[in-house]
Every structure is written in C-alpha cells, then in structure tokens.
Design a binder for this molecule. Structure first.
Ligand code: G1P
Length: 300
C-alpha cells in the first residue's frame, strides 16, 4: 500500500470526450467550454480542485480541444484592450482563469475509455495519490466534497470514491458500489463495484459520481484491465480490482455526498444548473428571479 506523506496536490481532469449529446453546439467547440451562466463548465471544475488544495492540474485532452488550453492561458490582446478601456472588472475576470492553477495537458490519442484516460496521467502523477475530477459533474461550491475525500484518503490510505444515493431506476447510468458502514456516517468501505449494472444486478443504489482520490497503484491495475462495458477500459473495473484485493493498493472507501450536483453532460440538468446558479448570483439573480417568476405564472 502506498501511503502519502506529502499532501495530495495533483488533479487530473479527463476532457477528451466528444460531447455528442450537445451537437451541434459541440461540433467545433469542446463541450467543456459550454457556459454555465458566464463561465465555461470546466472552470468550475478547476476552481473546485484548487479550493480543495490541488493546484497542479493535468487535463487529458484530444483533438479539437485547443480552446481549453487557450482559456487557462493569458490573452494579452484582450487584456491590453480592457486595460486601455480601464475596465478592471472584466480584466480581472479574464485573468482569473489563467492565474488559477498550474495547468498541464496531455492528449489521449485513442478514445479507449475513462480508465485509459486516467492511465495517460501516469507519467505526470508519479507515485503519489492524486485526484480525478470528471468535467460533466458539477459540484456546488457551497457543498465541499473533494476536501473531505482528501482527508479520508490521508486517514485510511488507498483510494476514495464519491458516492451518491440515487433512485434504483437510475443506477444503470452510473458505476455502482457494494458498501459496508464505517464509524463515520458519511464514509463507507467499498467491497465491490460494477459499471452501469442492470437494476436487477445492482449491488445497491450507491452511484459513483465523478470525483476520485486514487492510490497510484491504480496505474498498474489499469495496465492489466481488459476492455469492459462498451468495449472501453473502465476506471470502475480497475477500482473493483483494488476493492476486492486491498493488497494491491489499499482499501477503497466511499464518501457519501448529499449536496448539490449537476450533470452538465445532460441537457436537462445543464439547463437546471444554469437557472439555479443564475438565480443565486448577486449580480444577475434579483432581476432574473423576477422574470422567471412571471414567466412561470404567466406562460406555463
Ligand atoms: C463515468 C463512470 C461511471 C460514473 C460516472 C459519473 O461514466 O464510468 O462509473 O458513475 O462517470 O458521472 P460516464 O458518465 O462518463 O459514462
């Protein structure tokens, strides 16, 4: 078992997916760049990593993902134009994303699945535990999850996944965990995992959501993992190997999340995220809420 001595500092964000659910918007624009109110979805995810103390971010990208690199880089022309206009507010907003974290990029090449994407991070991560954040899952900044997962990893070693109880009819959309309770109400020990099971075969209604803190032993396991569901190398299958043989890389624990999560990979949930976050914004909220109230009463 690899036990961390230094604090976990590296986050990996797989962002090579094609975003077909949002076509035609994602024909020439990465899905990660779609705005949630006025920030690209991916910026919320990077901000979440940084808030949890992970300021070294590796993005696993692919073809057509250059806008991601540009977004987290300086834009001198724009900065100069805004400086000339004396528009300090917007200048700060432009600089925010380039000052956020130390960004690194690696291309996945073949789209062989989430497990394969994570394996692409091996040379950068080395032999320390690290976090993985999936870009489609947006965790509300007021309901911190990742920091708790990092704490649990530091306490128990091994790997930590994020779980959420879902309607059993929804389990087939997620990785699903068999669990045992621990002394902490919000922490379970994971004894087994299955990727997107049929509801009849699901071991529980604990769904895996897109946050992981992983022992680097996952890389060795991923190298041996055969393609699974959908012909892809599944991260869930590698975690199942760790959960069933703790000698490989320590135990697998789950932190049960009860906060607000939006699946920005789903069009309906994406719209709900925008409406909720816009309503709660100090600058836009009051006017938008008034409009929404009258829209709902008068037109629906
Ligand atoms: C991935 C994982 C799955 C997990 C889900 C969370 O699936 O493979 O285990 O439950 O993310 O969002 P995807 O949604 O990429 O198909």
């Amino acid at each position: 078992m690899t036990q961390s001595r230094t604090r976990i500092s590296k986050a990996v964000i797989p962002a090579a997916g094609l975003g077909t659910r949002f076509l035609p918007a994602t024909k020439a624009t990465p899905k990660e760049m779609l705005p949630v109110v006025d920030k690209p979805a991916i910026q919320y995810v990077v901000e979440e990593a940084v808030t949890a103390g992970l300021s070294d971010v590796l993005m696993i990208t692919g073809r057509n993902k250059r806008p991601l690199e540009d977004h987290f880089d300086r834009n001198y022309e724009l900065e100069e134009a805004l400086t000339r206009k004396g528009d300090e507010t917007r200048l700060a907003r432009v600089q925010e994303s380039s000052d956020l974290a130390t960004m690194h990029y690696v291309r996945q090449g073949d789209p062989k699945g989430l497990g394969h994407a994570v394996l692409c991070a091996a040379p950068h991560v080395g032999d320390q535990p690290f976090a993985v954040l999936l870009g489609d899952d947006l965790i509300d900044a007021r309901d911190p999850l990742l920091a708790r997962m990092v704490d649990i990893q530091e306490r128990h070693g091994g790997s930590v996944i994020a779980l959420m109880e879902v309607d059993p009819a929804q389990v087939h959309l997620y990785g699903c965990a068999a669990v045992k309770p621990t002394v902490d109400d919000d922490v379970v020990q994971v004894t087994g995992l299955v990727e997107k099971p049929d509801p009849a075969d699901a071991p529980s209604n604990y769904a895996v959501i897109g946050r992981y803190v992983l022992d680097p032993a996952i890389f060795g396991v991923l190298r041996e993992t055969e393609p699974g569901r959908g012909g892809e190398i599944q991260l869930t299958d590698a975690l199942q190997a760790l959960a069933s043989s703790p000698d490989l890389g320590g135990p697998v624990h789950g932190v049960v999340f009860k906060g607000r999560r939006y699946d920005t990979g789903d069009r309906g949930d994406y719209l709900r995220a925008i409406v909720r976050l816009a309503c709660e914004r100090e600058d836009l909220g009051p006017e938008f809420r008034d409009w929404l109230r009258s829209y709902v009463t008068e037109e629906m």
